[in-house]
Write a protein that binds this ligand. Structure first.
Ligand SMILES: Nc1ncnc2c1ncn2[C@@H]1O[C@H](COP(=O)(O)OP(=O)(O)OP(=O)(O)O)[C@@H](O)[C@H]1O
Ligand SMILES: [Mg+2]
Length: 392
């Protein structure tokens, strides 16, 4: 780092630090914001390069400071670097091309002040592969965080969330691959929890996230049989996922097995067939995961937010396109599943007795703006905290 920070681009052999250095210097040379766009096929090293650039910029921006201000800013830089394990646990997965493949695009913006140090940042994600939550190609895995959860949770918490081994969950066992010898799920669980602490996630928030993930795993184990439309055949999984998601089991059953629509003010219920019920279940799981991921990023952003009164360096790590045929299919599946995420499912989630889940969906707008739906009262039943808010 030292060497590259003292030389101009081209003076030393090619290195990602040379690009990072040039980028930093150009803020003053060209009086303009800079952006590094990293492209390449899956496994090429985009995410690793992003991290190296961040490290370099963090180190070089520290050099420009006197000792007293170093302490103040190192928190922001530390936080930006610490966000990687969290982002990777939630957004990366083992694929046949890369055992830590990013399944989302990421843009990191660093705000740099006139003196040259990083004073804040922002992460924008382009999460595009929700379907991995519910199905994976042979030899691939779901997002790391699910396996980390199962490997790293303490015994009591595991019992409390009714969790066991990955082989027992439909969302983890379909591909025939639950582990990789280069990945330590237990280790990555510890890393994520530590990183969350550094990022000032409260203990309660970490718990809410873990419970939601456990709820998704049990949701995936709900099975259906045909008996005058789809019926839930495995009540244990339904009960567990309802409990962990704070939902009423009967309402969850109804929302998964029938569709409710409002026609000229009248509520119409249509039974779903088994395939449609499976699609509803999967779209619920994908929506929960996607909102949780968004929430995590929002939380990180609130931690790394800082002044933006000079210039910025942006780094775009776009996720790998390894197989266009698969990408095409993925899009098809996404469209299909988006369609099955109906308003009554949205309203069901807003009925959760856990504020965390309610809050995740509070601002998701209804697609059809129907106002009468099976599971949803339009307004949330009052909770103690909402009563307080009203009186305040
Ligand atoms: N600079 C590096 N030093 C050491 N190992 C590296 C480096 N770059 C990449 N690797 C190795 O290659 C693997 C894949 O790299 P990385 O995850 O950055 O690829 P990617 O381009 O982001 O792929 P994807 O598009 O699938 O996310 C890493 O897990 C690591 O083992
Ligand atoms: Mg990557």
């Amino acid at each position: 780092m030292e060497r590259y920070s003292r030389c101009h681009l081209g003076e030393l052999p090619p290195h990602v630090f040379a690009i990072a250095n040039e980028c930093y210097r150009c803020l003053w040379k060209r009086h303009d914001n800079q952006c590094v766009l990293i492209s390449g096929e899956s496994g090429a090293g985009k995410t690793e390069s992003t991290k190296l650039i961040l490290k370099f910029l963090s180190a070089i921006s520290q050099q420009s400071l006197d000792l007293s201000s170093k302490e103040k800013t190192s928190c922001v830089e530390q936080a930006i670097l610490e966000s990687s394990p969290i982002m990777e646990a939630f957004g990366n997965a083992k694929t046949v091309y890369n055992n830590n493949s990013s399944r989302f695009g990421k843009f990191v913006q660093l705000n740099i002040c006139q003196k040259g140090n990083i004073q804040g940042g922002r992460i924008v994600d382009y999460f595009s592969s929700q379907n991995r939550v519910v199905r994976q190609n042979p030899g691939e895995r779901n997002y790391h965080i699910f396996y980390a959860l199962l490997a790293g949770l303490e015994h009591e918490e595991k019992e409390e969330f009714y969790l066991s081994v990955p082989e027992n969950y439909h969302y983890l066992n379909q591909s025939g691959c639950v582990g990789d010898k280069t990945i330590s799920d237990q280790e990555s669980f510890r890393e994520v929890i530590t990183a969350m602490e550094v990022m000032q996630f409260s203990k309660e928030e970490v718990r809410e996230v873990l419970r939601l993930l456990a709820g998704i795993l049990h949701l995936g184990n709900i099975e259906f049989i045909t008996a005058g439309g789809a019926q839930v055949s495995f009540k244990t999984a339904l009960g567990r996922s309802a409990e962990l998601l704070g939902l009423d089991p009967a309402q969850l059953t109804d929302a998964l097995t029938q569709r409710s629509m409002s026609l000229r003010g009248e509520e119409i219920l249509t039974p779903l067939n088994v395939q449609q019920a499976v699609d509803s279940r999967d779209s619920l799981a994908m929506a929960l995961y996607a909102r949780c991921f968004e929430w995590v990023i929002k939380k990180i952003n609130s931690r790394i937010k800082g002044k933006d009164d000079f210039k910025s360096v942006g780094i775009l790590d776009i996720f790998g396109f390894e197989n266009f045929e698969v990408q095409y299919d993925v899009r098809g599946i996404l469209e299909k599943n988006r369609d099955t995420f109906r308003d009554d499912l949205l309203n069901l989630l807003r009925e959760s007795r856990f504020d965390f889940i309610y809050d995740l969906f509070e601002h998701v707008s209804s697609r059809t703006n129907q106002d009468t739906l099976k599971c949803g009262s339009k307004h949330r039943r009052p909770t103690v905290s909402s009563q307080f808010k009203k009186w305040a």
